[in-house]
Structures are given as C-alpha cells and as structure tokens.
Design a protein around this ligand. Sequence first.
Ligand code: 13P
Length: 300
Amino acid sequence: MSGFVAGMVPAAGRTRRAVHHTAFHRTYAVVLTPKGTSVATRKPFVGGNWKMNTNRTTGSDLARAVSDGLVNLDGLDAAVFPPFPYLLTIRSILRDRGASIRLGSQDVYHQQDGAFTGEVSIAMLKDCGVQSVLVGHSERRHVMGEKDELINKKLRALLDAGLEAVLCVGETQEEREAGHQEIVNARQVRTALAEIPAPYTDRLIVAYEPVWAIGTGMTATPQDAQEMHAMIRGLLARLYSQASADRVRIIYGGSVKPDNAAELFSQTDIDGGLIGGASLKSADFVAICKAAAETAGAKP
Ligand code: 13P
C-alpha cells in the first residue's frame, strides 16, 4: 500500500562494516547492500511517558526500580518522561544510581522567557538536567489543541538548543477508517520539520503513535506499523537524504506491552517504542526495554 520503501532492503547478501559516528553519542553500524547503498542499524530508543501520573513517592520508587532493572542493559537508549514537578527529584535518583537513563520532559514552550503563564522554557528544562523532550504528543494535539505550526516552533527551538526531540505523529481512528493515515502522518512530519536543517536530524526521533492505539489496548499490527514507519523514513529521505533518514530512530507507541514488544521492535523500521501505561510498571517497562535491546541485536 505504501509507495515508500526506503530503508527496507532484503537481508540476504548484505555485508556489514562497522562505522562509528560521533553524532549525539550514538554508534551506528552501516550495512552495505549489494548495490552499495547503505542502511544504518540504529540503536533502539525506549521512552517511558508517565503522562499526568505518579506523585513524588510513587515516581521516585518507579525511577529507582527502572534504574535497577536496566543496570546492566547495553544496546539501547532508555528515557523516562516524568511530570514537570518531579524532574529534579527523578534526576537525583538517576544520578545517585549511576543510571544511563535519559531524563525527558513531556512538553516545552518555544519562547525564551517572559509572560507565558504556565509554560516551561528550554532553558528551564536544561537547568533541570533534561536531555530529551516530547513534541506534539497526541494528547497535546487532541486534548490541548496544539497545531502543526506550534509543534514546528517547539521542535525548531529544541533542536536549535541542542536537545534531543521526540516528534510524535499519528492518525485518529476516523482518519484511518477513511484511509487517510499516510496523508495525515506525512503532513504532520513535513510541517513539523519545516525550516529544520539536515544536521539537526541527528537529534531527532520520530514516534509514530496512532491515536486509536493509545491507551486502548488496540495495538497496531507489526505490519501496519512497519508500513507507516517505512513511509516516514521514505519521506525523511526525500526531505533530507537517505543517509539522514537511515540515522533517525522511528519508534512506535500505542499499547506496547511486554507481550507484543518484541514482534513490533523486530520490524525493519521500528527502532523502539514510546510507552505510556506499561511504563508505570517497572517490571513491564524493563521487559520492554530488554525486548528492544534483544531484537535490535538480532536484526539482520
Ligand atoms: P499507551 O502505551 O498507554 O498506549 O500510551 C502510549 C503513549 O501515548 C506514549 O506516549
């Protein structure tokens, strides 16, 4: 159904050559295809979006348990996105435990400072040790009414400030039923990335989160998710270059659980997940992170 298949090459006949890029402390192995084009194997990223859940005690307990559960796990970038008031508390816990888990924020405002009651700036987030920020989450778009133009401003400001940004896109159930999922996701990606230069994509992660799959238990099939991820990667290749597109992690979100994570993450273009409900249970989140690390290691 998708006309875009960038990044999807048959496993047979590839030769592997390790190439190290220093961009944003990630390492890529570049896989050479018989035709000489390259496909990067990407380090998986798994984020726990706690949304408006936890309190200081339960959030602290969760951070401790996740840190302990991931202590010896290599081969993935894990992040937690607690509510704003707990960022400093969670940062201390992660630091005390020597955890390599990134500290993330669920949102940001793009203006530097001033009369923006209730908003939080990039400088404030940096001051709290935040390394990664969600932009355009479906609840921001559909509950709070954020528009593509604002999302573009936030994304530009974040990437400009050197932070890692997780751009969330996804179609509603109505849009999927009408067969508009590709148009909707392509529009969201394209408008969010307007005027964002190619080098900034080194700090970009795209999360495909179909709205109908969030918090509903209705996970996208691995095939449907793969199709959309391949479409997004193809679009990134056309907006930037194949090499840039091959480096961007595209993660899936929407009712990811320990029992469906491995199948989703083993798809060619699914580079991890953004986890809501299951990230509030340390054992589930740790199991999902392990699934990401293991499936990445086993990808062709
Ligand atoms: P659930 O995992 O609860 O479906 O939430 C997904 C999500 O919105 C992550 O950002």
